[in-house]
Design a protein around this ligand. Structure first.
Ligand code: KE4
Length: 433
């Protein structure tokens, strides 16, 4: 596939944008090829500026569960745009989408709209700190909650439970308030709580991890988190920016029947436009300004165009639960096809899947946490990614991201994808250790 125009654009982009992209993962840094500059998208297809066509499994990193350029979402945006784009004042649609979300996700009694998942998670931990009067938070090694300082903290070395900054510019004092536990390891959580009695404001978790690649919770893990938080009066925050409305209409909390205290949302909630939200128990949310003392604000929060896209997306999902059955069937077809290919090639790589989120890990270890995910052969992932791209399959350009299937992925596309997977694995076999 030629990529002349993308290559030329990338050269120009790197002169005026850091790394040539407006979000790092888009730079294809870990897969050793030039990012494709996308011109347009429709259903499950993308076309790049060189005219190449791809079956898309990124879906804008989650929002495109109904496929791209969905007619009624485009219509909702264009109709709303005729009435103006932003007022900086309350609108009826904000009330309607908030009411719809509180119906779809019953643990959310009240919510506040923001403009990204990062804003949602940073606001949620501020609220948890305000509500409890405590400073520290527990996150899980390998989970990603956006780029706020409190989250860019990697696990301390060895037994140290104190985190260390995972990026220059994050201060040591900020890092001291973020403690890293191990996903799927409840003992690691108990140890941190024992070491930091009554200092912990919140535990924030991706209930199904997408940011180490897809890692499901072990049976009982989320239940144990819920029990510990209830007992210790720690705020349990489910970061459902990725899983919200993705794995079911009520998110991971509906799938696993767990009620968090606060939930953060993003991606699908905006129907492809910039929207995040945080919400949960009324007694907590009432603390948010202007009702209460916890400050949080945003010029474009609840923006009419974004609300129009999000309300249409959520309305479709809430009224047509059969969409989830359709996506489940398609995702299962891909998973079984990939596993068939692995058997034929005598490879024991791991496929983790929950609903329409899945990851093929280039490792033979069960992937249950950050360490096991990191045992993947990332040197092999790059050539595999490039083979798939050349076969017209557009995967997330990192071993540590989830693949997303939409309701627009057809049987024909899935057959092509499974076929490309076999060809690509075969092509890189010689590189395997
Ligand atoms: P945003 O600020 O990117 O809207 O959301 C941050 C965020 C928070 N929580 C979870 C569970 C998330 O997955 C994300 C963002 N996800 C990444 C993809 N893994 C966004 C892609 C990117 O950074 O460009």
């Amino acid at each position: 596939m030629k990529s002349t125009k993308s290559n030329n654009l990338f050269i120009k982009a790197k002169k005026v944008i850091p790394g040539g992209v407006n979000s790092p993962v888009r730079a294809f840094k870990s897969v050793g090829t030039t990012p494709r500059f996308i011109e347009r998208a429709k259903a499950a297809y993308l076309w790049d500026v060189d005219g190449n066509k791809y079956i898309d499994y990124i879906g804008s990193w989650g929002p495109m569960i109904l496929g791209h350029s969905h007619p009624s979402i485009l219509k909702a945006i264009s109709e709303k745009a005729k009435l103006g784009t932003s007022f900086g004042a309350p609108t009826e649609l904000e009330v309607k989408i908030a009411e719809l979300i509180t119906k779809m996700v019953p643990s959310i009694e009240m919510l506040r709209m923001v403009n990204s998942g990062t804003e949602a998670t940073m606001s949620a931990i501020r609220l948890a700190r305000a509500f409890t009067g405590r400073d520290k938070i527990i996150k899980f090694d390998g989970c990603y909650h956006g780029h706020a300082d409190s989250f860019l903290i990697k696990a301390g070395s060895g037994a140290a439970t104190f985190g260390t900054p995972d990026s220059p510019g994050v201060t040591k004092s900020t890092a001291a308030d973020t403690l890293n536990a191990t996903f799927n390891n409840i003992e690691s959580v108990k140890k941190i709580i024992a070491d930091h009695k009554s200092e912990i404001a919140a535990i924030i978790v991706e209930p199904i991890v997408g940011n180490m690649g897809c890692i499901p919770p072990k049976p009982g893990f989320l239940e144990a988190l819920r029990a510990i938080c209830t007992k210790q009066k720690i705020v349990l925050i489910f970061d459902e920016v990725m899983t919200g409305f993705r794995v079911s209409a009520g998110g991971a909390q509906e799938l696993y029947g767990i009620k968090p205290d606060l939930t953060t949302l993003g991606k699908i909630i905006g129907g492809g436009l910039p929207v995040g939200a945080y919400g949960g128990k009324r007694e907590m949310m009432e603390m948010v300004a202007p009702n209460g003392p916890m400050y949080q604000a945003g010029t474009l929060s609840g923006n009419p165009l974004a609300m129009a896209a999000g309300f249409e997306m959520l309305s479709i999902l809430s009224k047509n639960k059969s969409i989830y059955k359709k996506i489940e069937r398609a995702s299962n077809q891909i998973e079984e096809g990939f596993k068939d290919n692995l058997r034929k090639l005598n490879l024991d790589f791991v496929v983790n899947r929950v609903g329409s989120m899945f990851t093929l890990f280039f490792t033979d270890k069960k992937v249950i946490d950050a360490d096991s995910a990191r045992s993947s052969d990332t040197k092999l992932f790059g050539p595999y990614f490039r083979e798939m791209l050349d076969n017209g399959i557009y995967l997330p350009p990192s071993q540590f991201e989830a693949v997303f299937v939409s309701s627009a992925h057809t049987d024909e596309m899935i057959d092509k994808t499974v076929g490309a997977n076999f060809k690509s694995l075969k092509a890189v076999l010689h590189l395997m250790k």
